[in-house]
Design a protein around this ligand. Structure first.
Ligand code: FAD
Ligand code: DLZ
Ligand code: SF4
Length: 518
């Protein structure tokens, strides 16, 4: 009997995903497909592809074990057309369903294509809302309506109230304030050792995927092995429990810290799992609240953590669907320089960059402050073309999908949207990196020098950025003080800054995205 064909995409690996609701095991089939287009629309890190393919294969096995019929198309299937549309059309011809059900995708690019599927395959295609998020797209639109300016903090407070997280019985914020960020900027003290990273041994399915990825994508930037990602929901939950017990208590205090050789510090390291559907954000936030109420984590840690998910993660998704497609095209700082080659080789004598890029290459992971204040800050100061740096971030991190990467890079890092994610650019000199890390002590450059051959490039690039963007930024009330300092700067010093910045920029080699390792 022809039933419903239910398509599950690689980042929709949740048993309660909308497309699976109402499934009839007698008549319905679930379709999953490894497709070339998705694996190559940017040159994804091999670990990211392996994680996704292995998690997809494990999810298919989980469904089958529950008695669900799954039609799983592997990348190497000779008839594989390489696209969602092509695979859906082939599956419709095989199963002759009455209709297709699919969940709203995470990327504008895929949504545009999805809108044409019904005509292409000749049966109704039911695109269902992705309700794994706290806020629907309509809820975010309602928040945004009529506001002259959008700010994460106000949206976050509404979300706390909507979902009753960290509230007193009177509906007020726990601890008398909404946000404890001011307590969360400590550098790492000597003698405090972060917990070991949670890792899972590859099983037979993962081992087979690793061989496939090595053969087909081994030339992409990034190390495939050793591979320790969780690829099942059970192991993703173990990773989360590991975080709750060992890292959450210190999460707040050292959220912004960086240390040589310490890649994950007290971070959660489970964004790939949450974004692919192996962990549910609502479950994660409730469990963190419980840990706080049971006295297992301080308020600044629990609040800081919940804000990342209930606040930032939801806010960037809201901005994405509110502003696309035009959002990706803005470039208010008129930045057009090419991305330097070392983003794709991790070879540079700036130690902070070498640390962040090196661990990105090894792990497909860097924590927020490395992404924002090291690799991101450098691209901002240099004035890299937003599209180039966006493609890089989308490719190299295991948790990267357009809906979350784009607002973070285009908005938060590059200020290319004019300030929807930050009221001023997060530009900083080497002084910030020196305060929050031990990188500078081991660097060939001197963070105390502003100009000259040995001066930290972040220092003169910072002032050069302010000079180049003076007309655009000097009216920003949060930048009045820094522009007042620039106005007072001796002309010889300004000249030296400009000369050093130009010399440094002229010495950079442009990158050839995704080709560096070929
Ligand atoms: P933790 O620091 O432990 O935070 C816990 C969780 O909060 C994360 O797992 C994540 O789900 C959420 N979170 C925290 N900050 C953000 C944020 N700004 N936006 C969305 N979610 C957030 N996150 C992605 O999931 N995918 C991306 O492609 C991505 N690209 C980024 C690019 C740049 C330039 C920047 C500055 C940030 C980006 N982020 C992205 C946000 C953040 O850096 C990562 O979510 C975080 O580093 C993941 O590591 P973690 O799980 O250890 O996070
Ligand atoms: C990221 C990714 C990759 C690398 N490969 C696949 C794939 O082969 N099949 C699949 O269903 N999904 C994959 N994905 C995730 C998709 O890119 C993601 O589902 C869309 O971008 C929508 O968010
Ligand atoms: Fe980075 Fe400058 Fe410090 Fe070197 S001195 S690690 S380049 S901030």
């Amino acid at each position: 009997m022809p039933g419903t064909l239910r398509l599950v995409l690689g980042d929709q690996l949740s048993p309660d995903i909308a497309a699976l609701r109402g499934l009839d095991k007698g008549t319905d089939t679930v379709l999953m497909a490894e497709v070339w287009d998705e694996a190559t629309y940017v040159p994804h890190h091999p670990k990211k592809i392996a994680f996704l393919f292995s998690a997809m294969r494990h999810f298919a096995e989980e469904l089958r074990a529950g008695g669900v019929r799954v039609d799983y198309v592997r990348l190497d299937d000779p008839a594989n057309t390489g696209s969602f549309r092509g695979e859906l059309a082939r599956a419709v011809a095989r199963h002759r369903p009455e209709r297709v059900a699919v969940t709203f995708p995470g990327e504008w690019r895929v949504f545009q294509d999805m809108k044409g599927w019904e005509d292409a395959v000749g049966v109704p295609v039911d695109i269902r809302e992705d309700d794994r998020f706290f806020a629907s797209i309509a809820r975010f639109r309602a928040h945004a309506k009529g506001r002259r300016q959008l700010r994460m903090e106000f949206f976050y407070r509404e979300m706390r109230r909507d979902h009753g997280l960290l509230l007193t019985p009177e509906g007020e914020p726990e601890g008398g304030q909404w946000n404890f960020d001011a307590e969360n900027r400590k550098s790492l003290p000597k003698g405090l050792t972060p917990p070991p990273r949670f890792a899972v041994e590859p099983d037979a399915i993962t081992t087979e995927v690793l061989d496939l990825v090595e053969r087909r994508f081994g030339h992409h930037f990034g190390d495939l092995r050793p591979f320790g990602f969780a690829v099942t929901r059970a192991d993703a939950e173990r990773a989360f429990q590991h975080f709750l017990v060992h890292a959450l208590p210190h999460f707040g205090d050292y959220q912004d810290a960086m240390k040589t050789g310490e890649e994950t510090l007290f971070h959660a390291v489970f964004s790939p799992y949450m974004n692919a559907g192996l962990l549910c954000p609502k479950h994660v936030c409730r469990e963190v609240e419980k840990a706080y109420r049971a006295g297992r984590a301080p308020l600044n840690a629990a609040e800081g953590f919940i804000r990342q998910i209930l606040g930032w993660r939801e806010y960037v998704r809201g901005i994405y669907w509110l502003k696309m497609p035009g959002y990706a095209d803005t470039n208010v700082l008129n930045a057009h320089r090419p991305l330097p080659d070392f983003y794709w080789t991790a070879e540079t004598d700036m130690n902070c960059m070498a640390q962040a890029l090196g661990q990105t290459k090894r792990e497909a992971y860097a924590h927020h402050i490395q992404r924002l204040m090291v690799t991101g800050n450098f691209a901002l100061l240099l004035g890299v073309e937003p599209r180039e740096i966006e493609e890089w971030y989308l490719a190299v991190y295991a948790d990267a999908y357009d809906w979350v990467e784009l607002p973070n890079v285009h908005g938060m890092v590059m200020h290319a949207d004019g300030g929807m994610l930050g009221s001023k650019p997060y530009a900083a000199s080497g002084k910030y990196i020196d305060r929050m890390s031990d990188y500078c002590g081991r660097c060939r450059y001197d963070v105390r020098q502003g100009t000259g051959d040995d001066a930290c490039p972040f220092n003169y690039l910072y002032w050069n950025f302010l000079i180049e963007n003076r007309e655009r930024l000097k009216g920003n009330p949060r930048m009045t003080m820094i522009y007042a300092s620039l106005e007072k700067m001796a002309p010889e010093k300004v000249d030296a800054i400009r000369r050093d910045a130009q010399r440094f920029i002229a010495g950079l080699k442009p990158a050839y995205p995704g080709k560096a390792a070929e």
